[in-house]
Design a binder for this molecule. Structure first.
Ligand code: HEC
Length: 146
């Protein structure tokens, strides 16, 4: 049973592969989107909006690569970084012992109420109540890397 030439089968194969990849991309994007406009739905996270919202963060944190100083630790490469791990920064014991990495989930919790996720942290910041704002800030934090 060879109704298709080799060439035909290669074409059919590529079309099928392209279809699978596009479906996968659609699905991946859909699962990234979550709840927060008036309809209770989250917009796609926006790094640009996050940058604006994070001006308050930059009053305490440096965000450029290799930049020292700041009341808080440098936030370059913070996404997926071990908690409390910037060399030379003097963290509280609470932060040093927090354990694990800064991923989407832990950042979402920390930025909502820093002292609830890490009691004893020196990050004296009330937190960002709106989930969409936090997701935007996290999208911005992800851009702080090579
Ligand atoms: C009032 C100053 C201040 C503000 C405003 C502030 N932070 Fe912080 N932040 C700190 C300090 C100080 C620490 C170190 C905490 C410790 O050692 O307990 C910290 C720690 C962190 C950490 C942990 C970093 C690491 O290396 O483990 C993250 C992530 C973070 N801040 C993100 C943010 C973001 C995002 C914002 C804005 C929404 C923000 N911070 C606003 C002072 C601040």
């Amino acid at each position: 049973m060879f109704p298709l030439s080799i060439f035909g089968r290669v074409i059919a194969g590529s079309v099928a592969a392209a279809l699978v990849v596009s479906l996968w991309i659609l699905f991946a994007q859909a699962s990234e989107t979550q709840p927060a406009n008036e309809l209770g739905q989250l917009e796609q996270a926006s790094a640009e909006k996050g940058y604006v919202r994070a001006s308050v963060c930059r009053s305490c944190h440096k965000v450029e690569k290799d930049q020292d100083g700041g009341f808080g630790p440098n936030l370059w490469n913070v996404f997926n970084r071990e908690k409390g791990s910037v060399p030379g920064y003097s963290y509280t014991k609470a932060m040093r012992n927090a354990g694990g990495q800064w991923d989407k989930q832990s950042l979402k919790q920390f930025l909502e109420q820093p002292k609830t996720l890490i009691p004893g942290t020196r990050m004296n910041f009330a937190g960002i109540p709106k989930e969409q704002d936090r997701l935007n800030i996290i999208a911005y934090l992800k851009t702080l890397s090579d």
